[in-house]
Design a protein. Structure first.
Length: 319
């Protein structure tokens, strides 16, 4: 993964303000060991980009970290707090929606100006352009001289956007084609935005249009029938909506008979995580990206044991 696009000062891929580079260099949790960067792939890409202009150690010496509000999937952002001389700096990165909510101003050519509705629209449009290119987009903001932790994430200044690209592995398209030919439905789950997910899905030949993309909130709001109708978009001849839930599992290749017993296939293990999830009739389980690696394909396909799921799909499905 690497940084391939930026948006600062109303301009794409132009000069990135120094304070924005400082923000990227501070608001992260990677570790650097003998020039090797260890940590989250997105943060590694951001740090590598910053290091083209300034060393991370120099930034960390300049801004002493004193506190942090970690990233979580609800807030969709993380915040770090730093001391520089007599000032306290707060740097935040996250989704554009979460960052814009806490901003009242925007930095334009080193000038702090009010974040009007027009400015918000420009930032959102820039983000959409990046997402349509299958980029993972991070927004950044900052504030100075915060007095208490209750003020960390409000009244901030919007800095700009950075777009990261994680190239599709060459074997992905072939793997998906093989799965489809075998009658296996492939579903992708990602923390990226809907637009980014759609663009990546198109690159993988997994989806054709936005009707095949759902947000987590939309999945949560669906009942069984609605979710099956959504899946039917991928196969016009599907009869999923007319089936009961166990037939639904079999139709997707998630269960198979073995010596007279119904067991999960490897796809089923990846799909639901634990047998207990099946007993709940899977109201929200259509949420997994099924990808076989060439190195473990044979081993995976040999497993039909419901006792040991290979991965946990969602905590709420495997409690």
């Amino acid at each position: 993964m690497s940084v391939v696009s930026t948006f600062f000062n109303h301009e794409f891929d132009h000069v990135v303000p120094q304070v924005a580079l400082d923000c990227m260099g501070c608001c992260q949790n990677v570790s650097i060991n003998q020039n090797e960067i260890l940590g989250d792939s997105s943060e590694k890409a951001l740090v590598e980009y910053v290091m083209l202009s300034k060393s991370i150690s120099q930034i960390q010496c300049e801004y002493i970290k004193i506190d942090e509000i970690p990233f979580d999937s609800i807030r969709k952002k993380m915040t770090t707090i730093h001391q520089k001389n007599n000032d306290k700096y707060v740097f935040t990165k996250g989704s554009i929606e979460s960052i814009l909510k806490q901003c009242t101003h925007i930095l334009i050519h080193d000038q702090k100006v009010p974040l009007s509705e027009y400015e918000r629209k420009r930032c959102l449009e820039a983000c959409t352009i990046m997402e349509n290119k299958a980029l993972r987009v991070f927004a950044f903001c900052m504030k100075v001289n915060t007095l208490s932790q209750f003020d960390y994430e409000n009244n901030a200044t919007f800095l700009g956007l950075v777009g990261l690209k994680d190239p599709i592995k060459p074997e992905i398209q072939e793997s998906i084609a093989i799965a489809h030919k075998a009658g296996i439905e492939v579903v992708m789950i990602t923390g990226d935005s809907l637009k980014t997910a759609l663009a990546i899905g198109k690159e993988c030949h997994l989806v054709k249009d936005e009707r095949q993309v759902m947000s987590g909130q939309e999945i949560d709001a669906c009942n069984d029938l609605e979710l099956k109708e959504k899946l039917k978009i991928r196969d016009g001849s599907s009869t999923l909506p007319q089936m009961d839930d166990m037939a639904f599992l079999k139709d997707l290749g998630l269960t198979a008979e073995d010596n007279g017993q119904v067991k999960l296939t490897i796809a089923g293990l990846l799909f639901v995580g634990k047998d207990a999830s099946i007993q709940r009739l899977l109201p929200q389980a259509e949420v997994i990206y099924l990808h076989y690696d060439k190195n473990n394909l044979e081993e995976y396909n040999a497993r039909l044991d419901m006792k040991q799921p290979i991965i946990t799909v969602l905590d709420r499905l495997t409690e």
